[in-house]
Design a protein around this ligand. Structure first.
Ligand SMILES: CCOC(=O)[C@H]1C[C@@H]1c1ccc(O)c(OC)c1
Length: 318
């Protein structure tokens, strides 16, 4: 399909952690790509300013504005076909402004709200994280009530994010922290694959009004398996310090925000093994089975990348 026939994609949160991968994937797939971004001000970081320039150099159209500028958002929506929101947690409730504008515009073929992590309609976590997931559930129910065609994506653990968090390759250290026994498994998806799958999913009639889970068989590993792979590749062996479940539960109750949320994420992911322990619903789809020809990056391959050029660490906000 030539570029004109390709769906036009508008991305909210395009300058964020997953956003830069998503914008790149949208451009690489040949979609006319638009990014709605906060206005540049004297407080805007040089990194963000340079990102705007980089986006524009690759043909991305940047619209600067605030989520409350209803008319401006309606006007840009009328020029596109698909909307992908990657707004981070504190802004999850603000997506209601996007939903309201999509309802008025009336032309959007698919809306992907800001998900991409755990599947919150299939799982529950300890209170601090559960409260965050409740905000995402409210947005899902608002999307369904609006009748807007949607796809919810659960990409599970972001590969580079969690390899950095668990292995800390940028630091000189002798110790690795293991949450619980270290035996519970979790699915990991490299951020570039999250973006490449998502552009496919957003354009695929088979995923309309569906939940799509990214759960590739080769990328379901435990902390112990991850650490062992890394030790073999680096030839460096670490002292393992376990954080028992009861201690992690206590931390979810005693740490201040947002560290209490992070503790409850770690508890659900790596102590309870939530993400590996549920079956897809009959209406759910799994990415690697939808796109069997797509060669996703295995964690073993990602660790080889980390050996030579580990991606910069990040820390999610809540
Ligand atoms: C390691 C502590 O957890 C986090 O920093 C946040 C970024 C983790 C996260 C946040 C939201 C999620 O849905 C999710 O799914 C795996 C993961």
């Amino acid at each position: 399909m030539d570029r004109e026939a390709k769906n036009k994609i508008l991305i909210f949160g395009g300058t964020g952690y997953l956003g830069t991968y998503m914008v790149k994937a949208s451009i690489n797939f040949g979609h006319p790509t638009f990014v709605f971004a906060r206005p540049i001000t004297p407080q805007t970081t040089l990194n963000k300013i340079n990102l705007h320039k980089e986006f524009e150099s690759t043909g991305v159209t940047i619209i600067q504005g605030e989520l409350k500028e209803h008319e401006k958002i309606v006007a840009i929506l009328r020029q596109v076909d698909i909307v992908i929101s990657l707004l981070p947690f504190p802004q999850v409730p603000d997506q209601i402004h996007i939903i309201e504008a999509i309802k008025v515009a009336g032309n959007i073929k698919r809306f992907l709200p800001s998900e991409f992590g755990v599947e919150e309609d299939r799982l529950s976590f300890l209170p601090p994280f559960e409260a965050c997931l409740d905000e995402k559930r409210k947005i899902r129910r608002a999307v369904e009530a609006s009748g807007i065609p949607y796809t919810y994506v659960s990409a599970n653990c972001f590969g580079a994010y969690f390899l950095n968090y668990l292995l800390r390759p940028h630091e000189q250290h002798e110790v690795v922290i293991i949450y619980g026994s270290g035996e519970a498994k979790a699915p990991f998806t490299y951020e570039e694959d999250i973006a490449n799958y998502t552009i496919r999913v957003a354009n695929d009639p088979r995923t309309c009004n569906k939940i799509v889970i990214y759960k590739m068989q080769k990328n379901i590993l435990s902390q112990i398996e991850l650490i062992s792979l890394w030790e073999k590749k680096t030839g460096k062996y670490f002292k393992k310090v376990h954080v028992p479940e009861e201690e992690l539960v206590k931390l979810t109750e005693t740490l201040s925000f947002p560290d209490n949320v992070r503790a409850s994420v770690l508890h659900g992911l790596f102590v309870k093994g939530n993400l590996a322990n549920y079956e897809l619903g009959e209406n759910d789809r799994e990415a690697s089975s939808l796109y069997p020809d797509y060669k996703y990056t295995t964690i073993d391959q990602l660790l080889d990348v980390f050996l030579v050029d580990p991606p910069k660490p990040a820390l999610a906000t809540f």
